[in-house]
Design a protein around this ligand. Structure first.
Ligand SMILES: Nc1nc2c(ncn2[C@@H]2O[C@H](COP(=O)(O)OP(=O)(O)O)[C@@H](O)[C@H]2O)c(=O)[nH]1
Ligand SMILES: [Mg+2]
Length: 371
């Protein structure tokens, strides 16, 4: 396989044809099976579990991207293999700082991550950017779909950018993102950034998988403050008023003061850490270094108090039991006896012949009887 083919095969579809794209870093490929199969559309089937594990651990970007594709697959065969891979890299995971970045569409997340990520790489870090986009199944990757943003970062050999898996439930996207985090950590990325738009459930989802959570907002008056959901602010370890440049500087500072007052009345998002409010600009780089210092300070403080490890443990347990719940729910609704019984019970319910509680009892009986 030529170098040109390798680069082409590993580039996400949203990246334009720029030279020097980071995913061309392919040092460490030694397995001839991998080399041979790259052009095969069923390539993930043919790469062995050990190929995946060894490739990920030496940070072979092609293998890392393929491993993420494997964990994104919904086919039972792929899921089984993906779990084998994850099982083998488990002891290499967990050593990064995981940062969640949320904000409304257009607030400047991508531009900010481009600047922040580039800064972190210049400081010798390895940065992976993953996205959760609950709308991607409808609008085809709206978070990272725009070609113009993160162009520089995507060319940086110390960065890895992966758009949101498309389609599926939020639960499915969550599993895929969390497992992608594990793969990136095993590949030696010490900073993981998870980007999402701040709509509905996705903020809570991101909070449940990161250590530090940043909310980006726009400069604006008091009305703006009302417009942001209180819940979103309560989750944040830091609130950044973005686009604090040019004519916006004054109003950004004003918004900062308003939010500083507002967060005083809220419970801290992380025990022992007072949520910070600052101004920033993805365009000028304002606030980037300050944010990194803040995150270091945060990490030091909450690692010392034990809150860091406690949260990680809770996140893992919550994740597992959320998956248990989802799995039980699917089994219940996909059970053929339950499906039949529901027609009868729904009818009785609507005719007022059975109480809701008894309807539940009947359905449960129907489900467990044929276990
Ligand atoms: N003035 C200014 N404009 C910005 C800044 N960051 C992003 N923008 C602009 O805001 C728009 C949306 O930016 P983007 O990064 O795609 O936002 P996202 O939807 O949150 O990812 C683009 O037109 C950017 O050029 C900034 O720091 N300052
Ligand atoms: Mg964006």
């Amino acid at each position: 396989m030529t170098k040109k083919q390798k680069i082409k095969s590993s580039k996400p579809e949203w990246a334009s044809s720029g030279k020097g794209f980071a995913t061309q870093v392919l040092d460490g490929v030694s397995d001839s099976t991998l080399k041979k199969k790259t052009k095969d559309t069923n390539k993930t089937k043919k790469i062995t579990t050990d190929d995946f594990v060894n490739g990920v651990i030496v940070d072979n970007r092609t293998v890392l991207a393929q491993a993420i594709t494997l964990i994104e697959s919904n086919s039972p065969k792929h899921i089984e293999k993906a779990q084998e891979v994850l099982g083998k890299i488990l002891h290499n995971t967990g050593k990064s700082i995981r940062i969640g970045i949320t904000g409304a569409p257009g607030v400047g997340k991508s531009t900010f991550i481009e600047s922040f990520g580039t800064y972190l790489c210049s400081q010798g870090h390895k940065v992976a950017v993953l996205a959760i986009d609950p709308s991607s199944s409808r609008s085809r990757g709206s978070i990272l779909g725009d070609k113009t943003r993160m162009e520089n970062l995507s060319r940086n050999p110390n960065a890895f950018i992966r758009p949101s898996p498309s389609g599926g439930t939020l639960g499915g996207v969550t599993r895929k993102t969390r497992e992608s985090i594990m793969l990136c950590e095993a590949a030696g990325f010490d900073i993981i950034i998870v980007e999402t738009i701040g709509v509905g459930q996705s903020e809570i989802t991101v909070r449940s998988m990161v250590d530090f959570y940043l909310l980006l907002i726009l400069p604006g008056g008091g009305d703006e403050l009302q417009g942001i959901k209180k819940g979103a602010v309560e989750l944040a370890d830091a609130i950044a008023i973005n686009k604090a440049d040019g004519d916006n500087i004054k109003s950004a500072n004003l918004t900062k003061e308003q939010y500083k007052q507002a967060v005083h009345y809220l419970l801290p998002a992380t025990e022992g850490w007072e949520s910070q409010v600052f101004t920033c600009s993805g365009l000028t780089g304002l606030g980037i270094e300050q944010l990194w210092n803040m995150i270091n300070d945060f990490e030091k403080k909450i690692k010392k108090s034990g809150v860091f490890d406690l949260r990680r443990r809770e996140q893992t347990l919550d994740w597992v039991y959320a998956m248990v719940e989802e799995s039980l729910k699917n089994r219940f609704y996909n059970n053929s006896k339950v499906e039949k019984k529901r027609i009868e019970i729904d009818k009785k319910l609507l005719e007022g012949k059975i109480t809701p509680t008894n309807a539940v009892n009947e359905l449960m009986k129907g489900y467990f009887r044929n276990k």
